[in-house]
Design a protein around this ligand. Structure first.
Ligand code: BTN
Length: 237
């Protein structure tokens, strides 16, 4: 994957901004170096995948965007990033993380972190964005998220600064990993494997990922191959 040496230098922190991904993209467009990290205490327009928004109460989450430059072969980057998030979270809190394809991080079936990678392959850079619920009191999630979201802790949580440091190190490792390492790592944490799922075009049983990182689904009509951008998934059981 990328040949970038590490993340976190330089580091730009905003007490409040619209979206750390938007800030990091603007900085990358004006020539910011690979490894630059943007964080914020609060976002007014946090962006999620598929046009959704991202919610986090001020000061309780790691709101993080990093510039990856050069990009190199980034085919499996969307699977590598949640593996880094899993490792970082497990380093700072007593949790065991899994990945819901393509890149949601789950703990005990609830979403702990989301990942939004926005690339400019023609310019050889991408922004890796993630929001990790570090110390969100469970009652602070909006009602529609209360049954599906979780946090690293609300009693004695780790600090956002410790999570940041762990993530910088883990991303350094996973963005340099080989495709084999990423696929092996992903398959070991695949939260969907064997589960009934549905998407806008059908339903079936999740059967792992192929070597390009696409989701394999066993259906009555045979094996379907789903790309991350194409589908909105729901988990049935
Ligand atoms: C998702 O699960 O939909 C992805 C959520 C990604 C949210 C993070 S928070 C920090 C960074 N800045 C953004 O605007 N989005 C990402």
């Amino acid at each position: 994957m990328s040949a970038l040496a590490g993340f976190g230098r330089p580091h730009r922190h905003y007490r409040r901004t619209d979206s750390t991904n938007a800030r990091a993209k603007a900085l990358a467009e004006s020539g910011a170096p690979g490894g630059l990290v943007v964080t914020a205490g609060e976002q007014s327009a946090g962006r999620g995948r598929q046009g959704r928004s991202w919610f986090a109460p001020p000061g309780t989450a790691l709101l993080y965007s990093a510039v990856l430059r050069p990009l190199g072969d980034a085919g499996l980057l969307p699977l590598a990033v949640p593996l880094a998030v899993c490792e970082a979270c497990e380093e700072v809190a007593p949790v065991r993380c899994a990945v819901k394809w393509p890149n949601d991080v789950w703990v005990e079936g609830r979403k702990l972190a989301g990942v939004l990678v926005e690339g400019r392959p023609e310019a050889d850079w991408a922004v890796i964005g993630t929001g990790v619920n570090v110390a969100v009191p469970l009652g602070a999630f909006p009602p529609e998220l209360r049954d599906t979201a979780t946090s690293l802790g609300s009693g004695e949580p780790p600090s956002v600064a410790d999570a940041l440091e762990a993530l910088n190190a883990a991303l350094g490792r996973w963005t340099r990993a080989s495709d084999d390492e990423v696929l092996t790592g992903f398959r070991a944490r695949d939260a969907l494997h064997g589960r009934a799922i549905a998407w806008d075009g059908g339903e079936g049983t999740a059967a792992g990922v192929d070597d390009a990182g696409h989701l394999l689904v066993e259906t009555e009509a045979g094996t379907r191959v789903l790309g991350a951008g194409e589908v909105h998934l729901s988990v049935r059981s």
